[in-house]
Design a protein around this ligand. Structure first.
Ligand code: SDX
Length: 411
């Protein structure tokens, strides 16, 4: 068996497309959506406005934003057949598995998902049809996630708020998670705001693994429901979107500040990994981690301080001064503090990957929309190979020239 002697991830970092959506400078710790610094968006914007910016490229006017919110919030209900489908899952099915399966099942709900019915759609950028799909996916994803949560805790599913109540995107989501018997239940504004900031900083991140998966699936012209389910599958992995769950489990296992050094020795001897640290692009502090570290304090002021945060803050303080981590340019990433905030908000651990996927859908749809529009204009300009399926290449390191043994040679 051929021993793999070296592995160069470098070739995995080659650019495979041009984009105008998100800019990252990993050495300087810079993240910008359509040119706007993430710090300003987190402080002054809201998730739906950021989703519009990512997808359409410009900040919406007040009228455009109202229409955008009204379109999305009028698509929050899911068909009863999907709710019944979700009720068929095991009582302890992981919420992310339920979400992926149900988002894929969305493609059974809408005929335009079947390319053989609408062959012309394969190469025509039908603006109205694409926007309808965007409204449906952004509107229904939180409802599917809330149903997965209610299923997980063994409670009946809740319906979305009526749009006249004027709930924000995250308030509606929190309402469906926890709606008490009275129908005018309103989630805590501080928690809704913290979740909105978490959604903003998770919305897009250039061509990360799950967004690359979205672009690959989009290039085959599969419907966006199936493509989002596929991208969510990539995000589900513990080294990608599952890290915030792993961070909290790690902090719970460390258990107290005086056991940090023992844990860090395990990391250095490579028997443990410091989850929530390190990044393929950021070789400096992840700007999202800085924002979330500040927001954690605001959430604790509302719900009480989580003892895990003291372990996290001390763990970070020691690691970023330690030569082992400094020499490898390992700093906290977005997942280091997000999990603690989710926990303080009362989310169960297995909801964390889904809380990452929900906002990232806006980024996936932005890349989907950009690549379809690019290819439409390229096809219109009849650029050869414009409507191409993405097809990565490999470096072959196996045997080249073998011949099949004869009967005699085999006996
Ligand atoms: C996300 O791509 C994106 O943008 C992703 C994301 C997004 O928004 O979509 O930002 C979200 O996925 C954030 C990352 C979440 N994952 C984790 O927190 C899991 C823990 N982190 C790692 O597994 C790791 O840091 C990666 C996978 C995130 C990045 O790994 P790299 O850059 O490929 O680094 P590497 O595996 O080549 O390691 C380089 C060195 C190695 O040491 P040596 O072999 O040279 O001695 O750093 C070490 C690694 O062992 N190392 C770690 C470490 N990460 C790297 N050592 C301990 N703990 C870690 N977390």
């Amino acid at each position: 068996e051929k021993q793999v002697t070296s592995f160069d991830p470098g070739f995995m970092n080659t650019a495979c497309c041009e984009s105008t959506i998100t800019y990252i400078d990993g050495d300087k710790g810079i993240l910008r959506y359509r040119g706007y610094p993430i710090e300003q968006l987190a402080e002054r914007s809201n998730f739906l406005e950021v989703a519009y910016l990512l997808i359409y490229g410009e900040l919406p006017t007040a009228t455009q934003l109202d229409t955008w919110k009204e379109r999305i919030m009028s698509h929050t209900y899911i068909h009863v057949t999907l709710m019944d489908y979700m009720k068929s899952f095991r009582y302890d099915a992981h919420p992310m598995s339920m979400f992926i399966a149900t988002m894929a099942a969305m493609s059974t709900e809408y005929p335009e998902s079947n390319p053989t019915l609408t062959r012309r759609d394969l190469f025509e950028f039908d603006f109205r049809a694409r926007n309808q799909q965007i409204f449906r996916i952004l509107g229904k994803a939180p409802t599917i996630a809330a149903c997965a949560y209610r299923h997980r805790i063994g409670r009946p599913y809740n319906y979305p708020t009526e749009s006249f109540r004027g709930y924000s995107y995250t308030e509606n989501f929190l309402y469906m998670l926890d709606r008490l018997s009275e129908s005018d239940y309103r989630p805590s504004p501080a928690i809704a705001k913290a979740l909105d900031v978490l959604f903003i900083v998770h919305a897009d991140h250039e061509l990360n693994c799950s967004t690359a998966a979205m672009r690959h699936l989009t290039s085959t012209r599969v419907d966006p429901y199936t493509a989002v389910a596929g991208a969510a599958g990539a995000l589900y992995g513990p080294l990608h979107g599952g890290a915030s769950e792993a961070v909290v489990r790690m902090l719970e296992e460390i258990g107290s500040v005086d056991r940090i050094d023992e844990f860090l020795e395990g990391v250095k001897s490579k028997t443990r990994r410091l989850m929530g640290f390190g990044h393929r692009i950021y070789k400096n502090y992840d700007p999202r981690a800085k924002i979330l570290k500040e927001y954690a304090e605001k959430v604790f002021a509302e719900v009480g301080r989580d003892p895990l945060v003291d372990i996290a803050v001390e763990l970070e303080r020691r690691a970023i001064q330690d030569e082992y981590f400094v020499s490898r340019k390992l700093y906290p990433n977005v997942d280091f503090y997000s999990g603690i905030i989710y926990r303080a908000c009362g989310f169960p651990l297995d909801m964390y990957p889904l809380l990452f996927a929900l906002p990232r859908i806006a980024g996936w749809l932005a890349h989907w929309y950009e690549s379809l529009r690019e290819e439409k204009s390229a096809a219109k300009a009849s650029i050869p190979g414009a409507t191409h399926v993405m097809r990565a290449r490999q470096t072959y390191v196996g045997d080249i020239d073998k011949s099949f043994p004869t009967e005699e040679e085999r006996n």
